[in-house]
Design a protein around this ligand. Structure first.
Ligand code: ADP
Length: 229
């Protein structure tokens, strides 16, 4: 199996492309969903966040008030680092669990939907391929304003918190240009899908896994034979 990292910029069309890939039967792991899941009560990250930030960041329901926590870490970089040091390992563990699940189910590749893949950068080395959903800056701005009901200044401020798409283009192995119609994007997604389906890169990990299982099995047989003889 191999991993494909899918990313974009705010309102560049990543969710649109993910929906198309899922429609084609691809396994997609959504990092945002996992990030929300690991801070739910009962998870290790939840306990650590409450220990580190105090019960005042909790809502009456006992859940973490994401907005309150967000405003603390937005203004204090050292608190942001602390929060990331708590949540990132838990997110990665959960991702690994889901990757293993798809591996056992026989998937040849898994797509990891990671909004800030290039900003955080720590996961790119595990990807066989990185895919960027791009659209030109003017289209990005107008789609964001329309989708979120924002003024131009508000939308520009949100876009400015991320690495510009033109820079991400240089970092990606493959670019889907979503500046045009959804049909034009669908055609690019179909092309990407067939090249992923045709790739034989999954064989290497399969081969390693089979070798490991056969190797361990052989060792166990050998030891059992020695024990009974
Ligand atoms: P992201 O997940 O990257 O934030 P979305 O997929 O939600 O972006 O797309 C942002 C907005 O633009 C949505 O309202 C979506 O319906 C619209 N959109 C996406 N792609 C296209 C396209 N090719 N043509 C027209 N509108 C689009």
């Amino acid at each position: 199996m191999f991993l494909v990292g899918l990313t974009g910029g705010i309102a560049s069309g990543k969710s649109t492309v993910v929906a198309m890939l899922q429609e084609l039967g691809c396994a997609v792991i959504d990092a945002d969903v996992i990030a929300r899941q690991v801070v739910q009560p009962g998870f290790l990250a939840y306990q650590r966040i409450v220990q580190a930030f105090g019960p005042e960041i909790l809502m009456e329901s006992g859940e973490i008030n994401r907005e309150a926590l967000g405003s603390i870490v937005f203004s204090l970089p050292e608190k942001r680092q602390l929060l990331n040091s708590i949540t990132h390992p838990e997110i990665q563990k959960e991702m690994l669990k889901q990757i293993l699940k798809y591996f056992v189910l026989g998937y040849r590749y898994v797509i990891l939907d990671i909004p800030l893949l290039f900003e955080t950068n720590s996961l790119t080395r595990f990807m066989k391929l990185t895919v960027l959903v791009y659209c030109d800056p003017q289209t990005q701005l107008s789609r964001l304003m329309r989708r979120n009901g924002l003024t131009q200044a508000e939308a520009e401020a949100r876009i400015a918190t991320q690495l510009p798409l033109d820079q991400k283009v240089k970092l990606a192995d493959h670019v889907i240009d979503n500046s045009g119609s959804e049909e034009a994007t669908q055609r690019q997604v179909l092309k990407l899908h067939s090249s992923l389906e045709d790739s034989l890169d999954f064989l290497w990990v399969r081969f390693m896994a089979v070798t490991a299982v056969v190797g361990v099995g052989g060792l166990v047989c050998f030891l059992l034979q020695r024990l009974v003889s």
